[in-house]
Design a protein around this ligand. Structure first.
Ligand code: ADP
Ligand code: NA
Length: 320
């Protein structure tokens, strides 16, 4: 199945614009800055890069403005081996940006979603149908079920479009992964279209009212996620790893792998992209979590977002 399946990601593409200053400017004030950097990001794009670097055939469904940031984001995906046939270049809206002011560990961020809210559910559904038709069947006239393929969505695009896309992907036969980040609720009737919900601990608390810490609260939180109608749940716990429930409802813990932590940006995105790539290879969920833990342990050891996401060869070099 690995040679026929594909990881399709519907999600955000952002350019991060980040500058450091000695103190935060007050209203009307100009202060000097330094260390200006631009970083390709967006949870959707990061997850697609992670899946592609793990060796999965990966396709991004998203939108950018027809501007220099959009061009750079598309080129970055292509460099990582992500298919960009379904990334729309929009004339009517600008590329999504995050403008970050860094000041002695205190960040202020303005997120401008721009083109990330441009796609409607019907656009994503159309892309998924075309993807299934050409990529999995070789016959554009007929849609074959996307058996063995994985679809990923998060919370940074239009929520109604995301909900519609999850339902469509499920109908087409994708294994659907929903990463509710930033924390967001789905309409009740959409939850059964989610095969795997994967929040971090704070997103889990917003969704369920339970902060997963010890075994008891982890089990309660995972069950609360399943009660919404999702087929399976994984909660990531930063340096404490990730948790899921086994077939008998018992708690299964995947520890984080030891790493020299430099920058945890994109840890969760790497985990999800690598998990999806492993799932494409047909591995059971707990082994997919192990693949996520290995790849994200490498990501946290490096500075930056997209550029810190490792290739499969790098992960194998680290962990054998
Ligand atoms: P998010 O970035 O969405 O908040 P988490 O912080 O929960 O996601 O991290 C996702 C995964 O990344 C964890 O389950 C773990 O495997 C890995 N990870 C995160 N922080 C560390 C760390 N300090 N050391 C090793 N692995 C880490
Ligand atoms: Na990093």
């Amino acid at each position: 199945m690995a040679d026929r399946g594909i990881v399709a990601v519907f999600g955000s593409m952002n350019m991060d614009l980040s500058v450091a200053c000695e103190r935060m400017p007050r209203a009307g004030e100009t202060v000097g800055g330094s260390g200006f950097i631009t970083n390709a990001g967006g949870k959707g794009a990061n997850q697609a890069v992670a899946a592609a670097r793990m060796g999965a055939r990966t396709c991004m469904i998203g939108a950018v403005g027809r501007d220099t940031f959009g061009d750079a984001l598309v080129a970055g995906l292509q460099d990582a081996g992500v298919g960009v046939e379904f990334v729309a270049l929009r004339d009517d809206v600008e590329t999504g940006t995050a403008t970050i002011i860094r000041c002695e560990g205190d960040n202020r961020i303005v997120l401008s979603p721009g083109a990330n809210h441009a796609l409607a559910g019907a656009d994503v559904a159309c892309a998924l149908r075309r993807l299934v038709a050409h990529e999995l069947d070789g016959d554009t006239s007929e849609i074959a079920p996307a058996a063995g393929s994985v679809f990923i969505a998060q919370g940074e695009c239009d929520l109604a479009a995301t909900a519609e896309a999850l339902v469509c992907a499920r109908e087409l036969g994708f294994y659907t992964v929903f990463n509710p980040a930033p924390a967001c609720e789905l309409p009740a009737e959409v939850w059964p279209a989610v095969d795997l919900v994967c929040p971090n601990e704070t997103e889990c608390q917003v969704l369920t009212g339970i902060l997963p810490t010890d075994d008891v609260s982890c089990v309660a939180a995972l069950n609360a996620l399943l009660d919404k109608g999702a087929g399976a749940a994984v909660i990531t716990l930063g340096g404490a790893g990730s948790v899921t429930l086994g077939d008998g409802g018992e708690l299964l813990r995947m520890p984080a792998l030891s790493s020299t932590v430099v920058d945890t940006t994109a840890a969760g995105d790497t985990f999800i992209g690598a998990l999806a790539a492993a799932r494409l290879g047909g591995l059971p969920l707990f082994e997919c979590m192990a693949a996520g833990a290995r790849a994200s342990a490498v990501t946290v050891s490096r500075l930056g977002a997209q550029q810190s996401i490792p290739t499969r060869a790098e992960v194998e070099h680290w962990f054998g």
